[in-house]
Ligand binder design. Structure first.
Ligand SMILES: NC(=O)c1ccc[n+]([C@@H]2O[C@H](COP(=O)([O-])OP(=O)(O)OC[C@H]3O[C@@H](n4cnc5c(N)ncnc54)[C@H](O)[C@@H]3O)[C@@H](O)[C@H]2O)c1
Length: 439
C-alpha cells in the first residue's frame, strides 16, 4: 500500500466520525458468519496467556449463549493452564474443548479459528496481522488484543483485512479498552462537542517499573527463548512504546480525531541494559505533530523505583482536560472552573464492557463494531514514535506507514532463526540513534 496519502486520511476521519457514535452499521448478517437466532455462539481462543484467558473469561461471562470450543497456543503448558482455569470456573457447559480441539504450535490457530463463530486473538502482537487475516478470511467475528502489529508491513496487512471485515460486515472489537470505558466516552464526547475549544497540545504517559523476565533455560532453541521472553523482542512485542503506551497514544488520536503527520523524539536503554532485556529501549519521549499544528508529547519509561504515571492531559483553546483509567475525566476552563468531573462514578469494568457490547451485537445479528482500522492507526502512531526514537530522525507518517522493514521471521518453527540473534556473549544488537534505519 504505497498510496496511503491524504485522501485516505480524509476517508479515515469520515469513518471515525461515523463510528464514534457506536451506531448500528448494518443489521444484515453475512452468509457464513454467525447469524442472529443461530443458537450457541462458539468461540475460539488463540493465545492462551494472561490476557487471552481473561478475554475468554469475559466472553463467557456475558449474558449470551457463548461456548468455548477450541483453543490454540504455541506452548502446551500455557494452553493447559488456561484450559484448567477456564474449565474450573465455567465447567463443561461453557468450556467444551476436548483434547482434539486444543491445538499446540505455530499453526494451531488455523484449526481453532475454523471451529468458531467468534475468535479471540491474544498472542503477542507480532502474530496479530496473520491471525486476524485468517479469521476474516474464514468469516469470523473478532475480538483482538492491542497492539495489532509490530512493524509497518503488519499494519498494512491489518488495514487491508479491516477493509475486508467491513465488506463482510464482521464485527471487530480491539482491546483498547479505554474506548469502552465510561469516563473516556463521556469526557471525550464533551471535547468533541467543543467544551474546551480546539485541542492544541497534550501530554500522554505510561511510566512504570516494567514487566516480567522469563530467563533462558537449558536446551531452549533461540526461537523458543524469544517466544517465551517475547516482551523484549520487537518482532513479537514492538517495544513498550507500542505494547503498553499505545493505550495513551490512542487517546491522543481519539481526542484529535486524527493521527500525526510526523514525529521526533529521543530514547535509550538507560537503566535496563542486561542481555535478558533483549533489544528494546527502557525510555522513549516523543513529540507527535498533527496536521492542524497541535503537538502531543508522549513519554513512556520502565524505570524501577520512580514515579508511576499512566494518564493523559490535553489543552484546548478554551479549557483543559485530565483523563486516566482510574475513572478520571475532568474538564476545566482557564479560570479554574470545573466544566465536567466524571470521577467517583461506579463504572463497569471496560474489559467486560467490550465483550458485553460485542456479543450483544453478534447475538442480535447487528454489524456494529469496526475497531480494526483506528486501532491499526494508533498502533502505527506508536511505531512512528519508535521509529523516531530508534533513528533519531524526524519521521513523516507516510514514510513510516510505507516502510518495508519486516521484522517477522521467514519461517515459524522451533528450530528456525528469528532475524535478531545474540552475539557470542548473549547480547542482542540494539537500536542506535543516528545509525538505525527504520524506513
Ligand atoms: N488490553 C489490555 O489492557 C492488555 C493487558 C495485557 C495484555 N494485553 C495484550 O494481550 C496480548 C497478550 O499478552 P499477555 O499478557 O496475555 O501475554 P502472555 O505471554 O501471558 O500470553 C501470550 C500467549 O500467546 C501464546 N502464543 C505466542 N505466540 C503464539 C502463536 N503464534 N500462536 C498461538 N499462541 C501463541 C503464548 O505462548 C502465550 O501463552 C498482548 O498483545 C498484550 O499487549 C492487553
Amino acid at each position: 500500500m504505497k498510496d496511503f496519502d491524504s485522501n485516505k486520511r480524509r476517508e479515515f476521519l469520515k469513518a471515525s466520525a461515523i463510528l464514534a457514535g457506536g451506531a448500528v452499521l448494518s443489521s444484515l448478517p453475512l452468509a457464513g458468519a454467525y447469524a442472529a437466532g443461530k443458537g450457541t455462539i462458539k468461540i475460539a481462543l488463540v493465545g492462551c496467556g494472561g490476557r487471552g484467558t481473561g478475554a475468554a473469561f469475559q466472553a463467557l461471562a456475558t449474558k449470551h449463549d457463548v461456548q468455548l470450543v477450541a483453543m490454540a497456543d504455541a506452548f502446551q503448558d500455557r494452553l493447559d493452564k488456561s484450559y484448567e482455569s477456564l474449565f474450573g470456573k465455567f465447567g463443561k457447559a461453557k468450556v467444551n474443548v476436548p483434547e482434539s480441539k486444543r491445538f499446540v504450535g505455530f499453526d494451531g490457530y488455523k484449526q481453532a479459528i475454523a471451529d468458531a463463530d467468534v475468535v479471540l486473538l491474544a498472542t503477542p502482537p507480532g502474530f496479530r496481522p496473520i491471525h486476524f487475516e485468517e479469521a476474516v478470511k474464514r468469516n469470523k467475528h473478532v475480538f483482538m488484543e492491542k497492539p495489532v502489529a509490530t512493524d509497518s508491513p503488519g499494519i498494512r496487512k491489518v488495514l487491508a483485512t479491516a477493509e475486508e471485515a467491513k465488506q463482510k460486515k464482521l464485527n471487530v472489537v480491539v482491546g483498547l479498552q479505554r474506548r469502552y470505558q465510561n469516563n473516556y466516552r463521556e469526557t471525550i464526547k464533551r471535547i468533541e462537542d467543543g467544551a474546551i475549544g480546539d485541542v492544541v497540545s497534550g501530554q500522554v504517559y505510561w511510566n512504570s517499573g516494567g514487566v516480567w523476565v522469563r530467563p533462558r533455560e537449558a536446551n531452549q532453541t533461540e526461537m523458543e527463548y524469544q517466544m517465551r521472553n517475547w516482551y523484549y523482542f520487537n518482532w513479537l512485542c514492538g517495544d513498550h512504546i507500542t505494547e503498553q503506551h499505545v493505550h495513551n497514544i490512542d487517546i491522543a488520536n481519539w481526542v484529535k480525531n486524527s493521527y500525526p503527520v510526523s514525529a521526533q523524539g529521543t530514547g535509550s536503554r538507560f537503566l535496563r541494559t542486561g542481555k535478558e532485556y533483549g533489544e528494546i529501549f527502557d525510555n522513549h519521549t516523543v513529540e507527535f505533530l498533527y496536521a492542524d499544528g497541535a503537538v502531543i508529547q508522549s513519554q513512556c519509561r520502565h524505570y524501577e523505583g520512580t514515579k508511576n504515571r499512566v494518564d493523559e492531559s490535553f489543552q484546548g483553546t478554551k479549557g483543559k482536560v485530565y483523563l486516566s483509567a482510574n475513572n478520571d475525566g475532568k474538564l476545566w476552563d482557564y479560570k479554574g472552573n470545573s466544566l465536567y468531573d466524571h470521577a467517583g462514578k461506579n463504572d463497569p469494568n471496560p474489559y467486560q464492557t467490550e465483550h458485553d457490547e460485542l456479543f450483544a451485537a453478534i447475538a442480535a445479528g447487528q454489524y456494529k463494531f469496526a475497531d480494526a482500522e483506528r486501532s491499526a492507526m494508533s498502533t502505527m502512531t506508536s511505531l512512528l514514535g519508535r521509529y523516531a526514537t530508534y533513528s533519531g530522525q524526524e519521521i513523516k507518517w507516510e514514510d513510516a506507514l510505507n516502510s518495508d522493514i519486516n521484522l517477522m521471521p521467514d519461517t515459524f518453527a522451533w528450530d528456525a532463526k528469528p532475524k535478531i540473534l545474540p552475539d557470542a556473549n548473549g547480547f542482542y544488537p540494539i537500536p542506535m540513534p543516528g545509525k538505525t534505519k527504520v524506513i
